[in-house]
Design a protein. Structure first.
Length: 119
């Protein structure tokens, strides 16, 4: 199983970006899908979660600005980021709890995509 993240880049404060993360491989089902972010010298922090049923949770710092969604047919999770601030600058990682074809569950991380918010 692999997670491939994309969509990062350089954006001005107040701008928007949309991150994508696609899962591939021997997948039976995908449970929770999440986004985290990390800046150098700090711990990786939770950003947003979406469950199988579509329930969502957000870190307080991104509530009202970020929206997580998923396309189960494409095994893909998205993070729409609006009203971006310089403090949103980080490497963003997707995470998914996946049940494989052997019915064994495990946690998988994507490779990370850099988001830089700067004028």
């Amino acid at each position: 199983v692999q997670l491939q993240a994309s969509g990062g880049g350089l954006v001005q404060p107040g701008g928007s970006l949309r991150l994508s993360c696609a899962a591939s491989g021997s997948i039976f089902s995908i449970v929770n899908m999440e986004w985290y972010r990390q800046v150098p010298g700090k711990q990786r922090e939770f950003v947003a979660r979406i469950t199988t049923s579509g329930s969502t949770n957000y870190a307080d710092s991104v509530k009202g600005r970020f929206t997580i969604s998923r396309d189960n047919a494409k095994s893909t999770v998205y993070l729409q980021m609006n009203s971006l601030k310089p403090e949103d600058t980080a490497v963003y990682y997707c995470n998914a709890h996946i049940i494989g074809l052997a019915r064994v569950a495990d946690n998988y991380w994507g490779q990370g995509t850099q988001v830089t918010v700067s004028s």
